[in-house]
Design a protein around this ligand. Structure first.
Ligand code: FES
Ligand code: FES
Length: 239
């Protein structure tokens, strides 16, 4: 603070850099209010519930458009990173997210799109819990920048779980108890689906190789090949 600049962390930067939505959610949340707070809550009810504006997270100035905010960043805060708009295709849906350029795909999925399946565990490419499929290839979303994913098709465990074709894979994991705490399970399922895309009739060895990059601290390894191979037969219509 000695130089008069706000010391802003990444979380508050992103929280404030995009749309700011305000409203009378206090009453709706069912919180008991003191009388003076109830008056304040009534006042909130009387204003429009949604206010959209672009606020500078450094100096709190408001702007009418993202373009104006970007220009303000360039002229008044050149030392700070500019947020970027990134276009992604996630599970077949096109979307645009406002992020810092160094945000990983995993972080973007979790904090901008609410997709929590790809887990941030090691954050350094060692455990596979953040696995997603990009253009038909299993990748580690903690090691991939979201801005690198423009123009690619990303599939997450949410998209796989929502597709009836892959329901037998989920069911088979449940049947064979392929998870305990479940933290690694989304990454395992994505790797398994990626295997079945390429090898609809995998062997035990194929399964082990496909899941070699997915670590499970609960030790469920031996159950995965059974679950995957049984699911493969059902998906092919053989059971
Ligand atoms: S969180 Fe990505 S590999 Fe561990
Ligand atoms: S089921 Fe717990 S880490 Fe794999």
């Amino acid at each position: 603070m000695a130089d008069g600049k706000k010391n802003i962390d990444r979380r508050s930067f992103l929280k404030n850099a995009g749309f700011i939505v305000g409203g009378g959610a206090i009453g709706a949340a069912g919180i008991a209010l003191r009388p003076e707070m109830a008056l304040a809550a009534d006042a909130v009810k009387s204003v429009p519930k949604t206010v959209t504006q672009f606020r500078c997270p450094i100096c709190n100035k408001d702007f009418a458009s993202f373009a104006e905010l970007k220009q303000h960043f360039k002229t008044d805060h050149p030392e700070h990173v500019e947020p970027v708009t990134t276009k992604l295709n996630i599970n077949g849906e096109d979307c645009e997210v406002l992020i810092e350029p160094h945000w990983t795909l995993q972080r973007t999925l979790q904090f901008k799109l609410g997709l929590t399946g790809a887990k941030h565990m090691c954050g350094r490419g060692a455990c596979g819990s953040c696995t997603v499929i990009m253009d038909g290839k299993a990748i580690l979303s903690c090691m991939t920048l979201a801005v690198e994913c423009e123009g690619k098709k990303i599939q997450t465990v949410e998209g796989i779980a929502a597709d009836p074709k892959w329901r037998p894979l989920i069911d088979s994991y449940c049947k064979w108890d392929g998870m305990q705490c479940g933290y690694c399970t989304p990454g395992m399922l994505v790797s398994a689906k990626n295997l079945l895309d390429k090898k609809p009739n995998p062997t035990v060895e194929d399964c082990k190789q496909a899941l070699a990059g997915n670590l499970c601290s609960c030790g469920t390894y031996h159950r995965h090949p059974t679950a995957i191979m049984e699911a493969a037969q059902i998906i092919k219509g053989g059971v």
